[in-house]
Ligand binder design. Structure first.
Ligand code: ADP
Ligand code: MG
Length: 253
């Protein structure tokens, strides 16, 4: 299978705090990678570097063979202009912990907005596609509701539909169920499981070990800015080799 995401020797600091200390990670097309690790280990920062919400200090990231944020010329890298970065970003879906829906737009318009403004799709076509996506996440009947009228689980499913509306090559999830009441977690994980089953390439930061065990092709354990251990869920979750992985899992399992 082809490589969809290639992260090479990525370093990132905030001031004097080095948050990513040399990350190497490769995600194949159609695969699901779950990233686990304690709070502060750099998981969100890593996701944010993939769509250039954070610039890397060293190293490089490619998505679908395209260098993110830079253009290579000989052995030098040149920063891409902002509109090129935005173009790259439109092809990478990002689902946040706190949904980030537009509160003043209906559910349907939340999903329609980006394809119309970023991809210049005719509105009629975008509306049709949005209705199909809302169907897919089980919210067809909420098209005319506003985000505040929905539960957290429903809002997060709208956010997933909105990310899908840009027909992304890759979906990034940053703790998509962490802000939800426990009884609403399952409906969001169900949608994510369906997406995985349909061959969507996903990187998911989550503490949902059951989801990781069932859906992930690869589980990555991060601690203190490094990947400590990675492999199939049966290895990393059930037979971890590293003490730090064992200690973390004993707390979350
Ligand atoms: P995680 O998602 O694993 O909890 P983060 O990537 O959010 O970890 O954060 C890693 C470290 O980087 C933390 O110490 C955090 O406080 C710090 N950090 C994250 N973003 C910034 C920022 N924009 N400015 C300064 N420090 C940051
Ligand atoms: Mg985080």
């Amino acid at each position: 299978m082809s490589v969809m995401v290639d992260i090479r020797s990525v370093h990132k600091s905030f001031g004097s705090l080095e948050v990513l200390k040399g990350i190497d990670l490769s995600v194949r097309a159609g695969e699901v990678t779950v990233v686990l690790g304690p709070s502060g280990s750099g998981k969100s920062t890593l996701l944010r570097t993939v769509n250039h919400l954070e610039k890397v200090d060293r190293g490089a990231i490619s998505v679908d063979g395209e260098l993110i944020g830079y253009r290579r010329s000989g052995d030098r890298l040149y920063e891409l202009p902002e509109r090129e970065v935005l173009r790259q970003r439109t092809r990478i879906g990002f689902v946040f912990q706190n949904f980030h829906l537009f509160p003043h737009l209906t559910v349907l318009d939340n999903v329609v907005e980006a394809p119309v403004s970023a991809l210049k799709r005719p509105r009629g076509q975008a509306v049709e596609a949005a209705r199909r996506l809302l169907e897919r996440v089980g919210l067809a009947e909420k098209a005319d509701a506003y985000p505040r009228q929905l539960s957290g689980g429903q809002q997060q499913r709208v956010a997933i539909a909105r990310a899908l509306a840009l027909e992304p090559r890759l979906l990034l999830f940053d703790e998509p169920t962490s802000a939800l009441d426990p009884e609403l977690v399952g409906e969001v994980l169900d949608v994510m499981r369906d997406l995985a089953g349909q061959g969507t390439t996903m990187i998911v930061v989550t503490h949902e070990i059951g989801f990781a065990r069932e859906v992930a092709d690869t589980v990555v354990f991060m601690d203190d800015g490094r990947i400590v251990e990675q492999g199939p869920p049966g290895d990393v979750l059930d037979r971890p080799r590293e003490e730090r992985t064992k200690a973390f899992l004993s707390k979350v399992l």
